[in-house]
Design a binder for this molecule. Sequence first.
Ligand SMILES: [Zn+2]
Length: 389
Amino acid sequence: MIDNWPLYLLVVAAVASGWWLGRRQPRKPSQSAGLDHYAGLNYLLNEEPDRAVARFIQDLKVNPDTLDTHLALGNLLRRRGDVEKAVVVHENILKYPVFEQDVIHQVQLELARDYLLAGLLDRAEKLLLELCQLRGAVRVDSLVLIIELYEREKDWQKAIMAGERLAVGDETEKYERAISHYYCELAMSHKAGKNIEAARLALRDGIGHDAKNPRTSLVLAELEIQEQRFPEAFKVLQRIKDQDPAYVPESLPLLRLVSERGGASVAQVQAYLEQCLLLVPSISIVLALAQRIREVSGDEAMSKFIANHLKRNPTIRGLTQLIDLHMDNTQGVAKQNLSILRSFAEALVANKPVYRCHECGFEGKKLHWHCPICKRWGSIHAIFGLEGE
Ligand SMILES: [Zn+2]
């Protein structure tokens, strides 16, 4: 019953409406609206919401006075996850030809939301394509919904076309970034299908829509690597520093590969990473540089380099690396104590998220280019600070 309290309130509202309308309108001999509404309430009290909703629809006739109550019920059912019943309520409203066009469009929009949530994508698309042709708020709302639909279907070409219609005014940056990611998605699928030329063209368009999208560089570098063009891959990866240095840590495995295959000298990679470190205090970049220092100057120099960075930007991952270095050069009880300290440090970050969305705060261990909660593109990056980068 506790879960049903909003439904309970609506049925109570329906009882009240029935009573009020009954007072306003002359009662027909067969009509017993008040009693019927009480029957609906009884269904609810007896934990039978299905029958309560059916009764509600049957008894509270749709008209301009009751429209808000019907819409509220439909939306409430959708929020509760009762999508099929929400569809019934919204479709029922449309059976009554008593409303202005703008009201009908609003109800159709709600119905499209129901279809989308129910996975009835064909029906949702058909309805939304009609609503997209209109003017005003309903056009924008239906384009936003149809983009959600195309994203779900991974129909990136259609998502691009809908996104271009929304990339105006204050929303330009948001949708240009989304379009850039749609092109990255297209490029990824072309790359998987070994259609390298199409993938390159898609990435070129992706850069055209958002030159600051670091994903375009990551995907293009993968293409160059696939084509054995390692110097070109190094050139492309270096763009990330200017696009968004917070994503440089994501490029480190590719940088390592490119360097190993002769695309860049160790000194070139080192110089690039030192520049990046001035822009972003990433422990992953510090550890990549530290590895190079170890190869050239040994453990002590590496240890000093990490310790210096940790003084300015302490992180548990950096501390763990430092402990490892000391453990390699320590024996007996001291080594055992360091091992305990290491386990403790590891436990501190074991279940911590690595990435966070700066729009909605969603956190996870994996980088999503598309936030699963707020649905923004390119809003998630590594968490910086003591427990993160
Ligand atoms: Zn988000």
